[in-house]
Ligand binder design. Structure first.
Ligand code: ATP
Ligand code: MG
Length: 412
């Protein structure tokens, strides 16, 4: 991609209402644009990151044996009356009236919808266990939308729902999802921790959250590695903290949450299947969420410096940025840079080239703000010596490589 015709505009400053560093950097680097409170557009540069995270999550969920579906975003209020959650969820629900004055909401979560699907399609224990997931836009009318996409009103979530004949089968899938989440967050190169959690309006008894460790996190978590204990501090009042070892505290950003729901939804919505003795039973349910759009902000909270974003390789919008120190009166530098660009592209590398007619200082500042892990600097002095300079945005390390070896050296 050529930056000269890529729809990306960077900003020196962020608006004063952007308090969190990730929010400031996302606005300054042009990843998102605000439309209204807690409602954002993903611009091309930001959308690439979002899609990479989405793809990683999808791949791991598929490998876990779950089936992808896409449920409607708009849900009839009657379903939520059945579980009493129309009242329990309260003002978080964005309510919508259709032309016949029927009441709906924009879905904040999908336990009711998936349970309705199961009660219409599953009759026998032989159809269980099953796990359905989707990656979809949710709406929650948060009291205090803030920190950009970190706590938005409209946001992208992966939500999954599993159904089981008994508790034992539910626990097995819960462990499968635990493993799947561990491998997702590892693949995304995030420093994270799994902690015991409370279940909130979703219900059920057992639940765990996955937190990205960052000083700006809204939650406080406590852990004790000797005792193999980790919990959201919210839970410490009603659960037993370990007696022996000392607790360590850290701030965390909740990026995932898994729940064992038991029969809460199958009972209230009368989902029944025949067990092997021909008896009707209410299946056990689990649900599993990941905040896809929140992860973008969380990754930046964990990976930045005073100059800008430092993308983990796994989610960087581009693999390489070529910075061209061109000279208006001499096209040879740009020509050479474009040659390298073509070569890398034909090797399948996703590369962005800063071929704009801008001063070197502007280009270097933008490069550090945009955070692409590898910067390839092509300038007149280097070309005369047949070399280009490669800088790692992650380690700051610089090295010179021969122009003839650019493609082979940069492949890995
Ligand atoms: P929180 O405690 O942060 O309000 P929650 O516990 O209400 O979140 P869940 O119902 O567990 O959220 O939703 C699953 C995941 O969706 C969360 O772990 C989080 O990563 C993400 N998420 C929830 N609310 C928001 C939001 N307002 N903006 C962005 N992501 C969100
Ligand atoms: Mg949660």
């Amino acid at each position: 991609m050529k930056l000269s015709n890529y729809p990306l505009k960077t900003f020196k400053d962020a608006p004063s209402d952007a308090e969190l560093i990730s929010h400031q950097l996302m606005l300054r680097a042009g990843l998102i644009k605000k439309l209204a409170s807690g409602i954002f557009t993903w611009m091309p540069f930001g959308l690439k990151v979002l899609r990479k995270i989405e793809q990683t999550v999808r791949k791991e969920m598929d490998a876990s044996g779950a089936f992808e579906v896409m449920m409607p975003t708009i849900q009839p209020s009657e379903l939520w009356q059945e579980t009493n959650r129309w009242e329990d969820y309260g003002d978080l629900l964005l309510q919508i009236h259709d032309r016949h004055d029927r009441l709906f909401c924009y879905g904040p979560t999908h336990e009711e919808v998936i349970t309705d699907i199961l009660r219409k399609s599953v009759k026998s224990y032989k159809q269980l266990p099953v796990n359905f997931y989707q990656i979809q836009t949710k709406f929650r009318d948060e009291i205090r939308p803030r920190f950009g996409v970190m706590r938005a009103r409209e946001f992208l979530m992966k939500d999954a729902y599993s159904f089981h004949l008994n508790q034992e089968s539910l626990e097995e899938e819960y462990e499968n999802m635990n493993q799947t989440y561990q491998s997702i967050f590892k693949k995304l190169e995030l420093n994270f921790r799994r902690v015991e959690a409370t279940s909130g309006e979703i219900g059920g008894s057992v639940s765990h959250e996955f937190h990205v460790i960052a000083d700006s996190g809204e939650d406080q978590i406590a852990f004790c590695d000797d005792e193999n204990f980790a919990a959201n501090v919210e839970t410490l009042e009603d659960k037993n903290a370990p007696k022996g070892g000392e607790l360590t505290y850290a701030r965390g950003i909740e990026v995932g949450h898994i729940f064992q729901l038991g029969d809460k939804y199958s009972k209230s919505m009368k989902l029944e299947v025949l067990d092997s003795n021909g008896k009707n039973v209410n299946p056990y349910m689990g649900c599993y969420g990941i905040g896809i759009s929140r992860i973008v902000a969380a990754a930046i909270e964990q990976n930045h410096d005073e100059k800008g974003i430092i993308w983990p390789k796994a989610i960087s919008p581009f693999e390489i940025l070529i910075i061209v120190l061109n000279d208006k009166n001499d096209s040879s530098v740009l020509d050479q840079a474009l040659k390298i660009y073509q070569e890398l592209k034909s090797d399948g590398i996703d590369v962005l080239i800063d071929d704009r007619d801008e001063r070197a200082g502007v280009k270097f500042a933008d490069a550090d703000l945009l955070g692409i892990p590898k910067q390839v600097i092509v300038g007149k002095r280097g070309i005369e010596k047949n070399i280009i300079e490669v800088t790692s945005r992650i380690t700051g390390e610089k090295r010179d490589i021969k122009i003839s070896e650019v493609a082979s050296q940069l492949k890995d």
